[in-house]
Design a protein around this ligand. Sequence first.
Ligand code: ZN
Length: 338
Amino acid sequence: MEIIGQVRQNDQRVKRRLLRGAALGGATILALICSGAGLPAFLRPAAPEGESDASARLPSAAAPAPGGPELGGGLPFGAPQRAQALGLADALAGYARNLKHAEALRVAAAKSWGLPRVPLRAPTPPRRKPGLVSEPGHLTGKGLPPVLVQVPTEEKVVFLTIDDGAEKDPELLRMLRELDVPFTGFLSDEVARADYGYFRKAHREGAGMQNHTVNHRELTALSYAEQRAEICRQQDNLEREIGERPTLFRPPYGAYNRDTLRAAASCGIEVVPLWAEEAFPDRIDWGRGDRRLHPGDIILTHFRGEAEWQASMPDMVRRLLRTVTEQGFAVARLEDYV
Ligand SMILES: [Zn+2]
């Protein structure tokens, strides 16, 4: 279980399956571990040719294990079970080796991306998502999605959110993948649609892709029906293009009114995350006077690049991660908390 405790933050779904699997018996655990599920693709064991189901490679509890009769003599359980237990120990050892290897790759990645320190790993996400209410000073009401700038948590985690979708820099995805840093995109169709493939790829690699309206209009200037069209139509666009219907919505410019929240709720939106800080390649705009991150802070930045910033998206991430790590925080996945 100690090894399972080391499972990376992005492996939490697998971890939950592993823990559940313990109740079902070693074979289930072994199946999950041997499949390499949850490990980065490059660490997963290759499936033998023509075999897609990892469980097909497992020693079957019913079938005699190789060398069964010799192994089984004098033991409290039979040869197949013992072989299975040995297989489980081997698989756990292999899994630990893979984790160590993944960590070594992350250390190397931090160095190659010019980070002074390796980003901290996020802790295990909460078993149950915290109950949410709107931040003080924000609109609230029955049936309206809560408006947040910070997720309620005691953990030293912050959340990276990237808006609009104009710049589609493959280096950004490579950097965040290599460092194993999660993020959530809030996409506006008007700029994202030039290449939804980029965001599909990010989503496949674990990023959340959420709603930032169709045309990036200032919603408070629009009628309820117009606002609803801006939000609901982007729900449809993202479901079609990304393959998953968003549950989070961020209004452009953070500008919203009661109609916005009513419209968002009617489109299936559950939470409206705004932000506490904004990250740029050369600075962080702090939401509070203490110029410090607070547990659960949502950080905003944008898919932008050289044209607007005279710097790249990896430059922005490098600057941000330096501060996040210096202040003892890890970047967690927003969708694990809200
Ligand atoms: Zn925006």
